[in-house]
Design a protein around this ligand. Sequence first.
Ligand code: FAD
Length: 275
Amino acid sequence: MTFELSIEFFPPQSPEGMEKLRATRARLAVLKPEFFSVTYGAGGSTREPTLATVMEIAAEGHHAAPHLSCIGSTREGIREMLAIFKERGIRRIVALRGDLPSGMADAGEFRYASELVAFIRAETGDSFHIEVAAYPEWHPQAKSPREDLLNFKRKVDAGANSAITQYFYNADAYEHFVDEARALGVGIPIVPGIMPIASFSKLARFSDACGAEIPRWMRRKLESFGDDAESIRAFGLDVATELCQRLIERGAPGLHFYSMNLAGLTLEICRRLGR
Ligand code: FAD
C-alpha cells in the first residue's frame, strides 16, 4: 500500500533520552516519512528541547515540524518562536491551543488554536505549512459535536493547510467526521492519527484524558490479557494494522503515527502495510 506517513515524537528532557530518540529515529528513517513532528509543552515548557530535537532531525536530512501551542503564551513570545523557526529553515508547524498546565493561572493572549493560526498567517504569510488538530470523537471540552466541527472549520478558514486527528479506534467516527467537514466545504487533507498499542493501562489513561474511545470489545480483550505483554502487543498490532488498512483503502490521505518515541510497533505496522 502507498500512503503518506508522518511520525510524532515528544522532546526528551535528558541527554540519555535524546540518545535513545536518535536510535529510534535511525530505525524509523527507513520508512522515509514525509516529516517527523515534535510536541511542544503548553506555555512553552519544552521550548528548548523541542527546538533542539527539531534541529537534530533537520540536520539528519529529514523534514521536521515543531508543534506550537499557544495557551499561556503572549503574542510576543509566539512571534519570537516563529522568527526562530523561520530563520532555521522550518517550513511546517503543527499549531495547537494546548492545555493549561495545572497550577498555571495565566491563559495568556490566545484563547483558541484558530487565533494562533490567524496570527501565524498574519505575521509570516505563507512561510509555513500549518497543520491543526481534529477530533473525530470530539474534543472533550466541546459544547457539542456541531460546535466542535464549526470550531475546526474556523481553524481551516484562518489558514490551516491540513489536519491531523486525535487517535481513534472507531474508523466510522473518522469517516463521519470527514464527511461532515466536507459538507461544510472543508477541503484540506484530514490525516488520521494512529496510536499503536503498547500497554493497556497507559492507553486507558491517555484515552480518558483526551476523549478517545477504546471500544468495549477492545477494552475487554486488552483487560483480559492482564500483564501478558506479548498478547497485548500481538492484539494491538492486528487492530492497528486493520484500522490503517481500512483507512487507506477508503481514501485517508495519509497516516500520522504517535510513536511515543518508540520504533518497534510503528515499524511493524508499516511493514504489514507494505511500506
Ligand atoms: P482548539 O482547536 O482551540 O479547540 C479547543 C476547544 O475549544 C475545543 O473544544 C473547541 O471546540 C473549542 N473552541 C475552539 N474555538 C472556539 C471558539 N471560537 N469558541 C468557543 N469554543 C471554541 N498539546 C500540547 O500541549 N502540545 C502538543 O504538542 C500537542 N500536540 C497535539 C497534536 C495533535 C495531532 C493533537 C490531536 C493534539 C495535540 N495536543 C498537543 C493536544 C491539544 O493541545 C489539546 O487537545 C487541546 O485541548 C486542544 O488543542 P486544539 O489545538 O485542538 O484547540
